[in-house]
Structure formats: structure tokens, C-alpha cells
Ligand binder design. Structure first.
Ligand SMILES: NC(=O)c1ccc[n+]([C@@H]2O[C@H](COP(=O)([O-])OP(=O)(O)OC[C@H]3O[C@@H](n4cnc5c(N)ncnc54)[C@H](O)[C@@H]3O)[C@@H](O)[C@H]2O)c1
Length: 343
């Protein structure tokens, strides 16, 4: 792979400049902060292209990725579109010899992830996924505490998100566009958990409930599942559960709870908690979380492309949460656990 002499030589373009969280602006600013040069935006909505022009005066604007690849000399393309378009757009850019960062989830199926990894290899370019939350304060602190042996041996992790509420009108509530209820925050929670359990996955059992909210939403039968649940078994003997729900009137505290041989550890937005038992005495220690360092994502991409620094979020890494979710969805359909597959 050709190395760039400096980060400034890496010309970056984004595909998708949506308004829900202004993610296009966020990506271009972070790439700029890492020293790269924003040059282009591709977006199917002309109103959002106008916003991009206001945010980055003089930036090239295109109505499609195809047009951008034809007319622009961008070296790195970041895809920030709804989930069901990630694989198709990424493959188009990879085949055109451009480095690609895809927003999470990397794709919807394992097969799509494998095709993206293979296309990157064939074309001598990078495929990565924007797992900026890899550097959230709470998970960085948990990884450090695990390394220090705070809770002893990690036995199991329970990951959960959601509450009771009808899915909204946005595309995230469409199963065919988003992939389903497990794909949005589920992907983040699994990426956190897989930093703590690094053993190979052996099998996944999935469970879903559908149809409660569906008649009440604009997506009808295409509405995301009311709840998705997965149990993941690892070769190390550890296990992990994931619950993403829209139907839980008593949602659990925190995002991840780790059961260890010396205590329990709850990962939460403001502070992590460590709980121990000694006879009848329970002791709880709170650890305020450090600030997030998501900017490290693009810093690592720039350093990888200029100095050959080891890539943190590889295609293979980003495939792991997708493989779990993909197997969980298939398992729920088939009614039995399914074995994990490695290429
Ligand atoms: N990492 C994070 O913390 C984080 C936060 C928010 C969103 N996301 C991810 O970002 C992605 C986009 O989410 P969003 O909230 O920005 O959605 P959004 O709806 O605000 O924006 C998506 C944009 O993509 C455009 N688009 C759709 N298809 C296109 C195509 N083929 N070519 C060009 N443009 C196209 C749409 O017109 C829209 O403006 C999703 O994968 C989501 O999960 C990640």
C-alpha cells in the first residue's frame, strides 16, 4: 500500500451529509483535526448539499458516490448513510481504489463484511469502520480496570439498552433499512464488550419479539423488532448477552454489567461502579468516567496511511459485532443456536 508523505495529502470525501446528528460535518471536522484535507461531499438530498457548502465553503459537491468517484481525486471516502447502503457504497469505492471508512454498523450481513474485506485486500486499500466509541471514557476505564484485575476473572457480560416506547418515524425504525433493532446501539455495545472478551466466538443464540408496535408505526410490517436478545458463547468458556428493547418497562441500569470472580462492574454514562460482597456487607465504589477520545479514530487512520501505524479498527474487528448480530437474527428465525464462522 502506498504511504502518503503527510496527512494533508490525504484528500477526504464523505457520502451522506444527514441532518439527524450532523454526522457529515462531524466527520469532516475530525478528519481535518487529524491533518487530512476535506475535499468533497456526495449526498442525494440537494438541501443537505447546500448545508455542506455553507459549512465548508468551496467543497466539491456531488449527487452520488459514482459521480464523486468519477470527477474527484478523493483518496479516502467515509460512508455516513443508512445501514442497508453501507456495503454497496463501500464496495463501489473500494473497487475504485479508494480507502474506505464506513460508519457503524460495518454492514448488515457477515457476507457483506467479508466481501468488503476481500475488496480492500484486492485493491490494496484500507477498509475500516467508524467505531469512535471504542474510545469512550467508560469503556477505556473498564479495559484499564480489567487489566488491573479489579473484578478478577471476567465470567459473563450482560449488555443492554432501551426502554418502553414506540419506534419513531425515522429510518432507524425500518427493519429493511436499519437491519433491525440490534444494529444501532447493539453494534456499539458489542464493540465495547468485545474489548473485554477477546476469545473467539463459538456460537450465538438469538431471540426476537416482533409485531407489538408494528401496526402503530409508519413502517408497519417492516418495523424493527420490539426486542432482540442474543446469547454469545466464547471458546474461553465466557458468555455474553445483548438485549436491545423498545418494550421494557423496567430497563436495567447502565449499559454493560460484568460479573467477575471478585465483584460486579457496571459501565454507565457518567460513572462506572464496582460492587463487592463480604458476608452481608455490600460495598460500592464509583469511578467517574474520563472524557471520550473518539478523535483517536481518525488520528489512527492518518498515522496508518502516513507512517504505517497499526490500524486499530480493522475490517476483521468491525466484522465481529456484525457476525454476532447476523447470527442472532438467523438463529431467532431458525429457533436454534448457530455456530460462528471465520473466514
Ligand atoms: N458513530 C456514531 O456515534 C454515530 C452517531 C450517529 C449516526 N451514526 C451512523 O451514521 C450513519 C448515518 O446516520 P445519520 O444519523 O447521520 O442518518 P441521517 O438520516 O441523518 O443521514 C443519512 C444521509 O444519507 C443520505 N443518503 C442516503 N443514501 C445515500 C446515497 N446512496 N448517497 C449519498 N447520500 C445518501 C441521506 O439523504 C441523508 O442525508 C448510520 O450508519 C448511523 O448508525 C453513527
Amino acid at each position: 500500500m502506498k504511504r502518503f508523505a503527510s496527512a494533508a495529502e490525504i484528500k477526504v470525501g464523505v457520502v451522506g451529509y444527514g441532518g439527524a446528528f450532523n454526522m457529515g460535518r462531524h466527520h469532516l471536522n475530525e478528519m481535518k483535526q487529524a491533518g487530512m484535507t476535506p475535499v468533497a461531499v456526495a449526498e442525494i438530498d440537494p438541501e443537505r448539499l447546500k448545508v455542506a457548502e455553507q459549512d465548508f465553503p468551496g467543497i466539491e459537491t456531488y449527487r452520488s458516490l459514482t459521480e464523486m468517484l468519477k470527477k474527484s481525486d478523493v483518496n479516502l471516502v467515509t460512508i455516513i448513510t443508512p445501514h442497508n447502503s453501507h456495503a454497496k457504497l463501500a464496495l463501489e469505492a473500494l473497487k475504485a481504489g479508494r480507502h474506505v471508512v464506513c460508519e457503524k454498523p460495518m454492514a448488515i450481513t457477515t457476507a457483506e463484511c467479508d466481501a468488503m474485506i476481500a475488496a480492500a485486500k484486492k485493491n490494496g486499500v484500507v477498509i475500516s469502520t467508524y467505531h469512535n466509541r471504542h474510545w469512550d471514557g467508560w469503556i477505556m476505564q473498564a479495559v484499564k480496570h480489567q487489566q488491573e484485575g479489579l473484578w478478577g476473572e471476567t465470567i459473563r457480560i450482560e449488555a443492554h439498552m432501551g426502554a418502553y416506547g414506540k419506534p419513531g418515524d425515522w429510518w432507524r425504525s425500518s427493519r429493511s433499512i436499519s437491519g433491525g433493532v440490534l444494529y444501532d446501539w447493539g453494534c456499539h455495545l458489542l464493540e465495547y464488550a468485545l474489548q473485554l472478551i477477546t476469545a473467539p466466538i463459538t456460537e450465538v443464540a438469538g431471540f426476537v419479539k416482533t409485531g407489538f408496535w408494528a401496526p402503530q408505526t409508519k413502517w408497519k410490517e417492516d418495523t424493527i423488532e420490539d426486542e432482540g436478545f442474543a446469547v454469545v458463547r466464547f471458546r474461553s468458556g465466557q458468555w455474553l448477552t445483548l438485549t436491545i428493547t423498545t418494550i421494557d418497562s423496567n430497563p436495567k441500569r447502565g449499559m454493560l454489567e460484568i460479573t467477575g470472580t471478585k465483584g460486579s462492574y457496571i459501565i454507565d454514562f457518567h460513572a462506572n461502579e464496582f460492587i463487592t460482597r463480604d458476608g452481608n456487607t455490600t460495598t460500592t465504589t464509583r469511578y467517574p468516567n474520563p472524557q471520550p477520545e473518539g478523535w483517536r479514530f481518525y488520528q489512527n487512520i492518518a498515522n496508518h496511511l502516513t507512517k504505517g501505524e497499526k490500524l486499530v479498527i480493522t475490517g476483521e474487528w468491525a466484522r465481529r459485532p456484525i457476525h454476532i448480530i447476523d447470527l442472532a437474527v438467523q438463529s431467532a428465525r431458525k429457533g436454534r443456536a448457530l455456530p460462528a464462522k471465520y473466514p
